[in-house]
Design a protein around this ligand. Sequence first.
Ligand code: AMP
Length: 397
Amino acid sequence: MKILVANLGSTSFKYRLFDLGDPGEPMLARGAVDRIGGPSSKVVYASSKGKTEADRAVPDHGEAVRLCLEQLTNPATGVIGSASEVSAIGFKAVHAKGISGVQRVDARLLSAMEAFNDVTPAHNPPYVRAMRMLAERFPEMPLVAAFETGFHATIPDRNRRYAVPNEWATEHGVLRWGFHGASHRFIAERTALLLNRPDLRLISCHLGGSSSLCAIRDGKSVATSMGMSPQSGLLQNNRVGDFDPFALPAVMRATGMRFEEALAILANRSGLLGICGKNDLRDVEAAAETGEADAQLALDMYVSSIRHYLGAYLVELGDTDAIVFTAGIGENSPRIRSMVCRDLERLGILLNDELNEAGHGERKISAADSKVEVWVMPTNEEIIVARQARDLLSARS
Ligand code: AMP
């Protein structure tokens, strides 16, 4: 069974095609269309048979998917004979009111996503637009949404509920839903395999453009740092993270700012960017090295927010067998990993500095006498979505 996994942005479409009929679950091809809707889009494609790159106008996501199917079936560089070989398109969908897990995309699901447009403004509107267009344009193609919140359905109420009136939770869905579910699920499954133990206590640190920690026991999420929306938890590259809502009236009254403006600042101009004017961690690290105090403060605050949840999850789990760093920052910044693990020897967490600094890809970076194993692990959210789409379709057939 071949599954195409789509990653949508408001003006981008990235995809990977997996063959899940093969036990090795190989990725057959990948591609991307950037700047959709602009005068000229960049269209890239790569498979074992070759790579292509072109600039051409791509007016919308429907056309991007048509191009993708054209590339996949191209006699020279394509990997399938016809588009009908693609069993489904799987989407790493983010959030929907009253819906989680893995679901076929239909009118009810699209309305539920729209109902949470305000909660995930960067993600839901482009996804809904594109899914609607694809459903119209390719009515025969099953579309499957694998929600990021799905992995966190196992979080117990004591960690899931906010201390708000009950009806906020029951009627309006005001709960700690959690996100990065495909990534944390991949890390849970992969770590259990590598350590050859299904009964692991694990803290997964997904540190990227957006970041979250997840406490995992026996492969199941029991707590995560993001809440009702992906804006909360750790401070993010340009999002505020945890914040006291009662600070808002003070700023709004003093400046005359409208509620929507204040929310936009918290969502787009806060986090690392708000503290030091840079939101790419590489730039923040470089500025801190040249002695910029704001950049150093941004790094220190980011690390403090990670350690805040790390400490909470060590207590939640009672101990931990492993800590795993993943995503752009988790995989590539030895400095952040070292700052996170600093002075935690008494908790059984000790890095091997050489292993932390050197090497690439999946590897253990803890010292031989560290009680807790610390790993760097590239995540693979797309294969999780592909497997979930396959499982849904197989269960229905
Ligand atoms: P992601 O959302 O997983 O793609 O991660 C994006 C983030 O990873 C950006 O904030 C980048 O600054 C960060 N990143 C990527 N490469 C590096 C690196 N070599 N060192 C530090 N941060 C990095």
